[in-house]
Design a protein around this ligand. Sequence first.
Ligand SMILES: NC(=O)c1ccc[n+]([C@@H]2O[C@H](COP(=O)([O-])OP(=O)(O)OC[C@H]3O[C@@H](n4cnc5c(N)ncnc54)[C@H](OP(=O)(O)O)[C@@H]3O)[C@@H](O)[C@H]2O)c1
Length: 305
Amino acid sequence: MPDSTSHLAPRVWFITGCSSGFGKSFVSSILARGDRVIATARKIDGLSEFADRDNVKLLELDITHSQNCLNECILKAINFFGQIDVLINNAGYVLTGPMEEISRISQSQLLDQFNANVFGPLNLTRAVLPHMRERRSGTIIFMSSIAAWRGVSVGGPYSASKFALEGSVESLQKEIASFGINVHLAVLGQFRTDILAAHRRQSGRGTNSIRDYDDAVEIFQNRLEETNKKQPGDPLQAVERILDVVHRRGYFADHMDIPLRIVLGSDAVDIVRDECQKMLDDLERQEQLARSTDYPGPAELQKYQ
Ligand SMILES: NC(=O)c1ccc[n+]([C@@H]2O[C@H](COP(=O)([O-])OP(=O)(O)OC[C@H]3O[C@@H](n4cnc5c(N)ncnc54)[C@H](OP(=O)(O)O)[C@@H]3O)[C@@H](O)[C@H]2O)c1
């Protein structure tokens, strides 16, 4: 009988935001590979297609709830199958609006965005880490975006949340690698889910709107409308690649060190490459200026890492 840490043993996955899009695709693909899933959503009635199956458990979960609620949810989940091998922090949504407007009257919309896209995933991770540390095993996936690589005009709230997520996860990975826990950020291009549908995305515009931004907002909204349902990325393919990463199969089968960032989508490749190149070019132009601020003499401190 294979032990639970072997790459051949069936795994137990815990996934957030399974009511649609990537979340739903994860559940189907994981079951097709013979693993077990704890599928969570704010409302589980939308998951009835997965009910009554031995290898699936459904749980209601809003990731913005308190740390105590998240801890209880994880304890309940561990009791279902005795373990959680993989946490997929998938739930999230898009809030748009110019940065000057978005917090003009209250910070609440921006805080809600960060609660769902940053603090929720980090709190849930905090709830599952004692279990994974104890077992010296586990994988945690965070759904990031090209929005974390390029701040888009009028897309600032979502971009800010994904930038913050990437920074937090980069530190987290270094802190928990020695406990045998793998962490990855899926840096996704534009994928054909409902994320851009008008009923899903939220706009920060309301009584706080500033006329100077009207044109930029209109251009951005039109672009979202045009992109919705025509995104180049196939979510099922992305899910399969992520499953391969966790199972150490497919492209990364022979790699000991899988990168923190798994870039998915041709548009993501282009944007990440462009942004890296732009940063290198900018650095080149200002290197002398940057180095001119040191005290004289060689640096004595350990390298910043
Ligand atoms: N599709 C893309 O192009 C793309 C690109 C980059 C990154 N991503 C990321 O991929 C993840 C999944 O997005 P998707 O494309 O599958 O979009 P989606 O179809 O809109 O699904 C988002 C899911 O998140 C859930 N959710 C939102 N807030 C929640 C909360 N507070 N608690 C629990 N669940 C919550 C939604 O549940 P409800 O049904 O209850 O609202 C829904 O199930 C997100 O993190 C997104 O940022 C997507």
